[in-house]
Write a protein that binds this ligand. Sequence first.
Ligand code: AMP
Ligand code: ZN
Length: 499
Amino acid sequence: MIKLYNTQTHQKEEFKPVEEGKVRMYVCGPTVYNRIHIGNARTFISFDTIRRYFMYRGYEVTFVQNVTDVDDKIITKANQEGRTAAEVASEFTDAFISDMRAAGVMDPDVRPKATKEIGEMIKLVKTLIDKGHAYATEEGDVYFSVRSFPEYGKLSGRNIDEMEGGHRELRADGQGLEDRKRDPLDFALWKAAKPGEPSWGSPWGQGRPGWHIECSAMSKKYLGLPIDIHGGGADLVFPHHENEVAQSEAAYGCCFSNYWMHGGMLQVNHEKMSKSLGNFLLLNEVLERTDPVVLRMLMLQTHYRSPLDFSDERLDESAQSVARIANALKNMNWAIAHAEGEGSLIDAEGLAARAQAMKDSFIESMDDDFNTAGALGHIFTFVGDINTMCVNRAISASDALVVKAAQDTLVELLNVLGLPIQAAEDTSNYPAETVTLAAELAGYEGSDPAEAASALLDARAAARKAKDFATADKVRDGLTSLGFTIEDTPQGARVTFNG
Ligand code: AMP
Ligand code: ZN
């Protein structure tokens, strides 16, 4: 039984799908006016993990994530750069998709773009006007009348009378729209076009949608009513999600989403990472120097609802955590490859029991509101066991089958978390000549072939940087002739030994 924390009821609840065996999820996507930062990525990685876990537990998941490709911020950026809003949006939509893939986040089943769904939004706005929940102004704007929906505030737990002026609407040119509203609480569903802005025809004249309306329209179009889970970062609870609830429920009657899930903020020095504070790190830049599984490991070591403080030290710790797992996988590979003879040479029964215990506890943690930190704790306990049981130890052929099954369980659980960690390379068979080569070309003074290989890679990188291609080629040729293959990755070069 999966339990999850529902923002709307402030408690953990048993998950009961609308339709047996199915999960319909909608997670608000980005506004595409720049590349996403690792704070945005945290929210998307959290929901990717939640989605993968539902799939692991046998649910058929339909996952929808919109792209907000018309918005004041996009228009402002386009104006500053002398480009069209469509050009800016298209560039950053592509960048968003490639950043998400690089981070190991699965593609959504549907990724609707706001600009392609204007007709749906206009229909919804019309319904709201017909039902007395919205009004058009002379200028061609349409507002949602907040006081016409008495339950307004129920998601965020805010009291309507304490919200005066909560929805200040600014246009791209900074001009306020306050004076056009009947009530300062009201928020824009449709904005009349200004010259130079992208616009679409509507019953209220040329204009463009407000931000909130797109999610109400697209969620209904692609997932129906009600859906199981609507998610996003905690900063979206108010006003964005509160407004979505108001629009959808006012227009369609009953329930919009049965569960509301919100992720905690990624912070730097206890402050939310955000564009406006200028304390952001772009995801693509971090991934140039960091293996995506290391970044994801960092994210998953904190519960998705808690704030997460990001730092380079934590990134280093996560790299070590990944290395421990990679090492356990390598130790298991070694044991399996060197198995020989009959009888039991390790405590095979104990090992099988520990693998099963890891899996049971993993599921227990994940069932409890997707406690990835707890789930990883169980994985590390098992990894510790492996690293004492399977180090350079001869095992029998029948034990090898048990080790293989345990390894499969470990890999299966890592994949549920989206952590496709590869076994560390076995460096025990690196040739001794690697040391001589490193002494000659990299000034290496030690005697460990694995260290020597990495010294050679460092020397090659330094030579390339200094445009000393003769030396770089010499290092490469030397390594190749010893039986190594060099692979260049975004995180630097790697060798594998084929001998
Ligand atoms: P935006 O493009 O600003 O609408 O943000 C896209 C998603 O990233 C939303 O779900 C936000 O809640 C989320 N988000 C923004 N900043 C952070 C942060 N510092 N930590 C976690 N999630 C964030
Ligand atoms: Zn949304």
